[in-house]
Structure formats: structure tokens, C-alpha cells
Design a protein around this ligand. Structure first.
Ligand SMILES: [Zn+2]
Length: 145
């Protein structure tokens, strides 16, 4: 099971849902999170930061390498690896998938009374349409689907 949690960005206006593959890293490894509105406050450093559609994640790389080493994993990695391999990344494809998914279930739930099959099909097609918009918008994790 992977630890999941949400984190507010630096300015506090946005919240991202995060996941931690195999629980190798801990939430503290994410030193700072910037949303598109507060990312201008980040002093860009590609040794410890990764960018995704205007969001910036800043990692504590020495601590991350320590945890990777403890699990016998390659430590010659950069922030891109932590993000793209899912060790400390969005839950799903973007920071807001969790909320979008909840909203979708809530909005379509009246359909359950009518037909469970119709509900399931509507959920699936709306979710796929949403994921297609993420891919088109350039979200990194949505590019591989
Ligand atoms: Zn922000």
C-alpha cells in the first residue's frame, strides 16, 4: 500500500494530493510545493526541483538519496526520477485528480437509481475525457497513456 496525503502549496490557495511509491520516501522529502500562482516565488534549481504544468515540487535530495540507499535503490538520480517513477508524485495524473474523481462520482450518482450500467459507463467515459484533457494540457504523468 502507498501512503497518500494532501499538501497545501506555499501560498495556501491550492492543495495537491500526493502518493509515495512503496513508501520509500516520506512527506518531509517534499520541502516545498508551489502552485501556478505561487511558483514565481520559487528560486528555480534543477538539482532539487521538478516542474509540471506550472506546479513546482522541491525535494530534499540528500534525504531522498538516503532513503533510496536504505532500500538498495539507485541513488544516482535527480528530482525528475522521484517524480516520474512515482516515489513522490501526484496521486493519479495531476494534483487535483482526487477531487475531480469525487466530484464526478457525486454528480453522476443520481444515475445509479436509473441504471447501474449507465452510471458505470458515464463514469468511465467522463473520466477518460478528463484524462484526455490532462494529456493535451501536458501533464507529465498523463503523457504515457
Ligand atoms: Zn500556491
Amino acid at each position: 500500500m502507498c501512503l497518500q496525503q494532501s499538501r497545501a502549496c506555499l501560498c495556501g490557495r491550492r492543495r495537491a494530493y500526493l502518493s509515495f511509491r512503496d513508501n520509500v520516501l516520506t512527506p518531509e522529502i517534499l520541502r516545498a510545493l508551489y502552485c501556478p500562482e505561487c511558483s514565481s516565488q520559487a528560486e528555480w534549481n534543477d538539482a532539487c526541483m521538478v516542474e509540471d504544468c506550472g506546479w513546482i515540487l522541491e525535494y530534499d535530495m540528500p534525504a531522498a538519496r538516503f532513503f533510496l540507499q536504505q532500500r538498495g535503490l539507485n541513488t544516482e538520480v535527480g528530482p525528475d526520477f522521484l517524480f516520474d517513477e512515482g516515489y513522490l508524485s501526484w496521486q493519479g495524473f495531476s494534483p487535483l485528480d482526487h477531487e475531480v474523481n469525487s466530484e464526478l462520482h457525486q454528480r453522476l450518482s443520481p444515475l445509479i437509481q436509473k441504471s447501474l450500467q449507465e452510471y458505470m459507463e458515464a463514469l468511465k467515459s467522463e473520466w477518460l475525457a478528463y484524462v484526455a484533457t490532462l494529456k493535451a494540457a501536458g501533464w507529465r504523468k498523463a503523457q504515457h497513456i
